[in-house]
Design a binder for this molecule. Sequence first.
Ligand SMILES: [Zn+2]
Length: 168
Amino acid sequence: MPVMESLSIALSTIGAASQFAKGIMDTKVDAAVAEKVMELRNLVADAQTQLLAAQSEQSGVLAKLEALEKENARLKAWGVEKERYALVSLAEGTHVHRLKVSAQNGEPIHDLCPKCYADSEKGMLTYAGLKDGHKHFVCSRCKQSYLGQYVAACADIDYQPRGRMRGF
Ligand SMILES: [Zn+2]
């Protein structure tokens, strides 16, 4: 029987025991019996409190388990996805993960942010114009900035992901 169902049944049983003890109190009993029934009711109330806490804790554990299962599935999918990319040099000292031509599946060649990649996340780099004479790329996910090739002398060149540049 699932733990949550067991806890629910135990709570219901304890509630019935509490009502039973109250029923005894409502009948004419001597003081000694009334005192023992009162002790019993206090014990039942303590048990109810403990069961409610256990039920709440169990709910939290189930929610965490569900989140971990989702994360596990995501990481498994990422394990397959990340193999579609190869580490390439964007510029001296700047490396990114680029979609392999053999793994395109109809997608255009694009680059992924190495920081997000290391975090098992897919952050695409988008061209954001020139910065200090370098091609400038920004991660769509973490907003990390990357400087690419130095092209100050050709400031009006559009970025071409495969390395081709207009004007040459
Ligand atoms: Zn990123």
